[in-house]
Design a protein around this ligand. Structure first.
Ligand code: UD1
Length: 337
């Protein structure tokens, strides 16, 4: 299939592009490189032995969309591009609505205009808010910050679009907490600045780039008092996109699947698993809770298993070992300075 991948140079995008190429699909990546590096695609090409096409640009720009659809005639779109920092979204809500919501509407319109009917969208378990896990896809959804609201709104917009167009097949993937890296250590997560998320932060403490991890709260109603999340290996997550693509070929309409392992791990369990991977202790101190955090979030992944035949297969130890391999080989991420 010819697959257009927006945000394909980013963390989850690059791992998915690799699997698409390895599975024989033709890929065009559109990425404005605002939070990604073209080096990731160079390495993807080296691993796959084939190159994806690449347009540097933002899908909110009509000329970029026109060029991508005109030159490539995609049969499917996997849409990763978007802004994703919760704190920043409260400061720059209009940017989030433009870059996430408005850009997705433009993308869906371009698909309709060019007869492309298959869309996989990156959503987030953030839409489950502070409900009670494990979350099934029919749990109540909503959001508590602008970033989360963009994901929630896009889900609704795509549901309306699918209801109006009997040919359109939409697969909404609600990611839990993606971590890990390709086992080669050649591609991985490369956050700019100080990481917001737990594992990139832990990895930089382990490598000596940051001094100490702040554990945001140890008084939650969880086994050890620290926050519990469903960490899922990025290669498992990437495989979920290919499974969704396959399914959508003969299932028009709006579909949603959780991509998670179904098991939670606490902050301290992650720290200890990473200590095993890197072979030395990781400095941490308990600090107050981070505003907006929930105690526990983990998936019920049964629907993805049943309908897509998808299941996460990699353990937390493998996720940490792969992150450590990537981090050790690339202490400055994709930057060579
Ligand atoms: C966060 C976002 C979520 C987004 C997801 C993926 C918030 C509140 N939520 O999810 O909307 O979809 O990232 O980008 O930002 N922790 C620490 N110290 C740290 C960092 C994290 O103790 O330095 C803890 C957190 O309190 C939490 C766990 O580690 O219990 C995981 O945090 P994180 O990696 O930021 O993911 P989420 O909060 O689940």
């Amino acid at each position: 299939m010819r697959v257009l991948v927006t945000g394909g140079a980013g963390y989850i995008g690059s791992h998915t592009v690799l699997l698409l190429l390895e599975s024989g699909h033709d890929v065009l990546v559109v990425d404005d490189l605002s939070n990604a590096s073209a080096e990731s695609l160079r390495r993807v090409a080296e691993l796959a032995g084939r190159e994806p096409g690449f347009i540097e640009g933002n899908i909110a720009d009509p000329a970029v969309l026109e060029r991508a659809f005109g030159e490539f005639s995609p049969e499917a779109v996997i849409h990763f591009a978007g802004w994703k920092a919760v704190g920043e979204s409260t400061q720059l809500p209009l940017v989030y609505y433009r870059e996430n919501v408005a850009a997705t509407v433009a993308l869906a319109q371009a698909m309709a205009d060019h007869g492309c009917h298959l869309l996989v969208f990156s959503s987030s378990a953030t839409v489950y808010g502070d409900g009670t896990p494990p979350f099934t896809e029919d749990a109540p959804t909503g959001a508590t910050n602008p970033y989360g609201r963009t994901k929630w709104m896009i889900e609704q917009i795509l549901a309306d679009a699918a209801a109006a167009d009997p040919q359109l097949a939409v697969g909404v993937l609600r990611y839990f907490n993606p971590i890990g890296a390709h086992p080669s250590g050649r591609i991985g997560e490369d956050p700019r600045g100080i990481p917001n998320n737990l594992v990139p932060f832990v990895a930089q403490v382990a490598s000596g780039r940051l001094a100490q991890l702040a554990v945001f709260g140890d008084d939650y109603d969880t086994e050890d008092g620290t926050g519990v999340r469903d960490y899922v290996h990025v290669m498992d997550l990437a495989a979920g996109h290919l499974a969704a693509l396959d399914y959508l070929v003969d299932h028009p309409g709006w579909n949603v699947w959780n991509l998670g392992t179904g098991h939670g791990a606490s902050v301290l369990q992650v720290v200890h698993a990473y200590e095993q991977a890197c072979g030395h202790p990781i400095a941490y101190a308990v600090k107050p809770r981070r505003p907006g955090d929930v105690a526990a979030s983990f998936a019920d992944p049964a629907k993805a298993n049943r309908e897509l035949g998808w299941q996460a297969t990699r353990t937390l130890d493998e996720m940490c070992a792969d992150t450590y391999r990537w981090q050790s080989a690339n202490p400055n991420g994709y930057r060579t300075d």
